[in-house]
Design a protein around this ligand. Structure first.
Ligand code: DOR
Ligand code: ZN
Length: 429
């Protein structure tokens, strides 16, 4: 079966291509990319045409940071519904965090995730194993076993590793298997029972505070340990100006450090919490305008390599409660594309830069030969209409959960068609 994606603006950051071209797919692979004329000799009536005039044709998007809630909290999200949400958001690959119940700290859980993902047959699901057994921060998980089962990284996301020696050993042990260690950088004693960023807004609202220092200190510790061990460190969901500056400095010194920022951290400030909308309660918390500017600058200059959603589904049981008691997290898979396009509109990122942070950069960080458009590679392709105006409506989400503060936002950019392995896994009606 052959498919031709015709007449779109093909953006492939890995090769620097940004041009009106056609993409020919044969079976599950890309077979050619080039100007329309170059395709004519290859066409016959059996080729299925996908018209893409006015659209952007991109490598399938890759999310480094998704919380699927299976096994254990299937009422929030399953591997199937999370995969549907991912595809609808333009993603063809997602990395799922291990803080499920069972924790993904062993091959049985990794196997289960991969089996369920194969049954769903939508996006590629790459499991992230735990740094420590049970995310308890006491004993390392078995990375050989996790890697063998298919884990692409290790993280105790949701729970910071408070023991510096354990983190050092994690970087050393993961290095043996060339696995990145993803740090949820938070000093839990400093964060204590805080629910929002510490600053003028928290003083006004009277909510308990999480200082920026809780993140900065741990970013410094983990970057120092990466430099010490020459291990591969990836900082998840960067939210502070201090963290951006530290990552910049350690990268300049040659430490093997990468970083991601979420759409909510580069879009919203803590001022939004005046509404007391619990879907704005995330960890790390939404920060000040200066922090948001620093994250945007970090994205522009490459200090922050990738954009990742931290898609964290929760049900109304966890969210329709007082702010202090609500769970941390918001869903993000189905809003990442339009929120990223706002950065392009504001001149913060070029189109190629924006696409790189959702494709080639996450692929590089996790070590996948995906995230670029090239003959012989799997035909993972995302087609978006960058100009389409959309009002975000949580009722239309494929995700089981609705905890998004972007409900009602008028944005631009809509995922139109998504192919994984040449198969259409999402089509806008
Ligand atoms: O807001 C968050 N939600 N931050 C995390 O680190 C964990 C996540 C979750 O699992 O709900
Ligand atoms: Zn986290």
């Amino acid at each position: 079966m052959r498919k031709l994606i015709r007449g779109g603006r093909v953006l492939d950051p890995a090769s620097g291509l940004d041009d009106l071209q056609d993409v020919l797919i044969e079976g599950n692979r890309i077979s050619a990319i080039g100007p329309g004329e170059s395709m004519e000799s290859k066409l016959d009536s059996s080729v299925q045409i996908i018209e893409a005039q006015g659209m952007w044709v991109l490598p399938g998007l890759i999310d480094l940071h998704t919380h699927l809630r299976e096994p254990g909290e299937e009422y929030k999200e399953t591997i199937f519904t999370g995969s549907q949400a991912a595809a609808a958001g333009g993603f063809t690959s997602i990395c799922c965090m291990p803080n499920t119940k069972q924790v993904n700290d062993n091959s049985a859980v990794t196997d289960l995730i991969l089996r369920r993902a194969a049954e769903a047959d939508l996006v590629r699901v790459f499991p992230v194993g735990a740094i420590s057994q049970g995310l308890k921060g006491e004993v390392l998980a078995e990375y050989a076993e996790l890697k063998e089962a298919g884990a692409v990284a290790v993280s105790d996301d949701g729970q910071a590793v408070m023991n510096g020696l354990l983190m050092r050993r994690a970087l050393e042990y993961a290095k043996v298997f060339d696995l990145p260690v993803i740090s949820h950088a938070e000093d839990r004693h400093l964060a204590a029972d805080g629910v929002m960023n510490e600053g003028a807004v928290s003083a006004r609202l009277g909510l308990k505070e999480i200082p920026s220092a809780a993140e900065d200190i741990m970013v410094f510790r983990d970057c120092s340990l990466a430099a010490l061990t020459d291990g591969r460190l990836h900082i998840a969901h960067v939210s502070t100006e201090g963290a951006v500056e530290l990552i910049r400095q350690f990268k300049a010194r040659g430490a093997r450090v990468s970083a991601e920022a979420t759409p909510h951290h580069f879009t919203l400030t803590d001022e939004a919490l005046e509404s007391f909308d619990t879907s704005l309660k995330v960890n790390p918390p939404l920060r000040s305008a200066a922090d948001v500017r620093a994250i945007q600058n970090g994205l522009t200059d490459g200090t922050i390599d990738a954009i990742a959603t931290d898609h964290a589904p929760h049900s109304s049981i966890e969210k329709d409660v007082e702010f202090d008691y609500a769970a941390f997290g918001m869903v993000g898979l189905e809003t990442a594309v339009p929120l990223t396009l706002r950065l392009v509109e504001q001149g913060i990122l070029t189109p190629l830069q924006a696409v790189s942070k959702l494709t080639s950069e996450p692929a590089r960080i996790i070590g996948l030969d995906l995230g670029r458009l090239s003959p012989r590679l799997p035909a993972d392709v995302t087609i978006i209409d960058p100009g389409r105006k959309v009002t975000i409506d949580v009722k239309l989400f494929r995700s089981k959960s609705r905890n998004s503060p972007f409900h009602g936002w008028e944005v631009q950019g809509k995922t139109v068609t998504v192919l994984r392995d040449g198969k259409v896994i999402f089509k806008d009606q």
